[in-house]
Design a protein around this ligand. Structure first.
Ligand SMILES: Nc1nc2c(c(=O)[nH]1)N[C@H]1C(S)=C(S)[C@@H](COP(=O)(O)O)O[C@H]1N2
Ligand SMILES: [Mo]
Length: 188
């Protein structure tokens, strides 16, 4: 593990708190009605109930979290399903290159498939050994540690595989689409 000073991207400050940041209000979760859909350019579309989702193979990954507004939280222990597991089940078609991540409300973000195949990317339902709280994205959020946290969408309900990249909520509003904290890609 890198020295802590080397783990802080340029112009970020470490916080031991965990700020809550999102647009809109925290959605209600009904486990009977909740589903997770995978669609678009895939061989197998998926529609998983909450129970089915929880039965997928799980992984635990410890990573740092960097918000574009300047705070970073170190050593978050996320537990969930690796993106790779969903990828293998859905079998994206050859012309599929991007994923739009669809959350409750009007929030979306998008990423190239290869960024999501990183070993530290997961669809998380636990943080630091506890079920993910609603304000931090429970029941399910994406975690993409190598990008500013607006790519780590909370309350996710599905993935759509596409050939062209569709800009997400913050990306449409001037935030960087590549969002690399180490290169300080904050704005377009
Ligand atoms: N659905 C949804 N996910 C979201 C956001 C949002 O507004 N809506 N904000 C993003 C931003 S900018 C940050 S910094 C993180 C904050 O996560 P936290 O509230 O768990 O700290 O959530 C990200 N995911
Ligand atoms: Mo953020």
């Amino acid at each position: 593990m890198k020295d802590k000073n080397q783990r802080i991207p340029p112009n970020q400050t470490v916080t031991s708190k965990f700020p809550v940041l999102h647009t809109g209000s925290v959605p209600k979760f009904n486990p009977e009605k909740w589903d997770f859909r995978v669609e678009g350019l895939v061989e197998n579309r998926l529609k998983l109930t909450y129970g089915e989702f929880l039965k997928l193979p799980k992984v635990v990954r410890v990573s740092d979290f960097h918000c574009v507004t300047g705070w970073s939280r170190f050593d978050n222990e996320w537990e969930g399903v690796a993106f790779k597991t969903i990828f293998d089940l859905a079998k994206p078609l050859k012309n599929s290159r991007y994923v739009t991540v669809v959350a409750e409300g009007e929030y979306t973000t998008s990423l190239p498939i290869e960024d999501l195949l990183d070993d530290d990317v997961l669809l998380a339902f636990k943080l630091d050994g506890e079920p993910l709280t609603p304000k931090h994205g429970g029941p399910l959020r994406l975690v993409v540690p190598k990008k500013y946290a607006y790519k780590s969408a909370k309350w996710i309900r599905g993935l759509k595989f596409t050939e062209e990249q569709k800009l997400g909520y913050w990306e449409k509003r001037g935030y960087s689409n590549t969002a690399d904290p180490w290169k300080e890609e904050r704005y377009t």
